[in-house]
Design a protein around this ligand. Structure first.
Ligand code: SF4
Length: 436
């Protein structure tokens, strides 16, 4: 796993109830960089812990070479699987001023277990072209410090659930069994980059074993990390698909702090394809930094010289306004023309999910990226990720896919081998108005 150097480590008392959880905890602690002794969270010291958590991150200084995000405190907990979950509101009254219910929920493992992501109805409303799918997650927060991500930028701590065997039995299995149309499941929730904790965490070993107990069921690991050497040892690695969020070098170095070099991810993907794991890339978010044409052409060239991805997708920096972009990204790094276009389009993009860059700016950038891939490779499957219907209408011929049933990166029906496992439960992407 990453050589994290957390400012403090906390363990919720109940973790010690099960030797499997304790072993998992000990494996992780052994691999950390100068791990401080854990503080056990009890009902008694909870207020002090919360007080302290407010002050620990971001740190005033970090040693050179250590990404600041690696120092985020870690809270080890168990996912609360009893329903109804205990009401934490009473506990909140006893906590220091300024404590949020969300912080308590993360400490006590009230995490999202699985969510129905991208249902047709919601995507229709949001003009978002994607595929319905089920997402799982077991960690809240991330060890990367990407400036465009709330967790990366501001997360005060990571909460790591250790009761993975229980999660497989009580969450993953029932969801797989209840949704036979879903062939590939995403392990992705809550802003976490889960493979950064492997192999000590052991999540993907259990996840792939669980998937392997059903015919033709697969799982995505979705990452910006290059931490993949452990995958070779997995008994059921054939059940996994690697999806990388990739970017150009300037974005990786200046905006995705703590993720390493942009090329590291392609090198990691090459290692995965050498051991038989299908790999896919998503340029998401594409950020038009200065010289973006040169930057993205260079990284596309590197990707295609070193790997054979099943697909490559694109999605501009979206889900923002000009104001939120100005607050969170260093605008002086960005292409002045694109920034100006976003500034001028503030009124036009008001209330639109795909802001801050207007349609024409996004389209021109997609067009460039498509051409850069096509100059080097005529066959590779290309797609837009979570873009609008109008964008697909304009670019589908250049992309070479039908937006109603396209093969992309992390969809529920994109099975290994560049195939779509369409079935009566799911025949179309959310481009289609009718779900089946
Ligand atoms: S890669 Fe496909 S399924 Fe995954 S988010 Fe993008 S459009 Fe949706």
């Amino acid at each position: 796993m990453y050589p994290l150097s957390p400012a403090r480590i906390y363990v919720l008392e109940r973790v010690y109830q099960d030797s499997r959880w304790v072993k998992r905890l000990e494996r992780i602690l052994r691999s950390l960089n100068n791990a401080p002794d854990p503080v056990i969270i009890t009902g008694k010291n909870l207020p002090e812990v919360l007080e302290e958590l407010k002050t620990l991150w971001p740190p005033a200084t970090v040693p050179p070479e250590l990404p600041k995000s690696f120092t985020r405190p870690l809270v080890f907990t168990t996912m609360e699987l009893h329903l109804p979950r205990p009401n934490l509101k009473n506990l909140l009254d006893k906590c220091p001023k300024g404590t949020s219910l969300g912080e308590l929920e993360n400490i006590y493992g009230h995490m999202s277990t699985a969510i129905d992501q991208h249902p047709h109805s919601r995507d229709q409303e949001n003009n978002c072209v994607c595929w319905p799918t089920y997402n799982f997650g077991t960690i809240v927060g991330c060890s990367h410090g990407c400036l465009y991500c709330g967790e990366g930028r501001e997360g005060k701590f990571l909460s790591v659930a250790l009761n993975l065997e229980e999660i497989m039995e009580k969450v993953v299995r029932p969801v797989i069994e209840a949704n036979p149309w879903n062939r590939v499941f995403r392990m992705i929730l809550q802003g976490a980059d889960l493979i950064t904790f492997e192999p000590e965490y052991g999540l993907f070993d259990l996840f792939s074993q669980t998937l392997a107990s059903y015919p033709e069921r697969y799982g995505h690991f979705h990452t910006s990390s290059a931490n993949v050497d452990w995958l070779a040892e997995l008994k059921h690695k054939e059940r996994l698909v690697g999806v990388w969020s990739v970017s150009c070098e300037k974005v990786a170095q200046e905006i995705e702090l703590g993720t390493g070099k942009a090329t590291d991810r392609f090198d990691a993907a090459r290692k995965c394809q050498e051991i038989g794991i299908p790999v896919r890339f998503k340029f998401k978010p594409v950020i038009p930094v200065k010289d973006w044409q040169k930057e993205y052409a260079a990284v596309i060239d590197y990707a295609l010289k070193n790997t054979q991805p099943e697909s490559i997708g694109f999605c501009l920096y979206i889900w923002n306004t000009f104001e939120s972009m100005s607050r969170t990204l260093p605008l002086d790094l960005l292409d002045p023309e694109c920034v100006q276009a976003a500034r001028e389009a503030q009124e036009e993009m008001k209330g639109k999910r795909c802001g801050p860059f207007p349609h024409e700016t996004r389209k021109n950038i997609y067009r460039f990226l498509i051409q850069e891939v096509r100059r080097r490779n005529k066959e590779i499957l290309l797609y837009l990720s979570t873009e609008t219907r109008e964008m697909w209408d304009e670019l589908k011929d250049e992309l070479g896919q039908d937006p109603r049933f396209y093969i992309c990166g992390c969809s529920s029906v994109a099975v290994p081998g560049k195939k779509l496992a369409l079935n009566p439960g799911l025949r179309y992407s959310t481009y289609n108005v009718t779900p089946v």
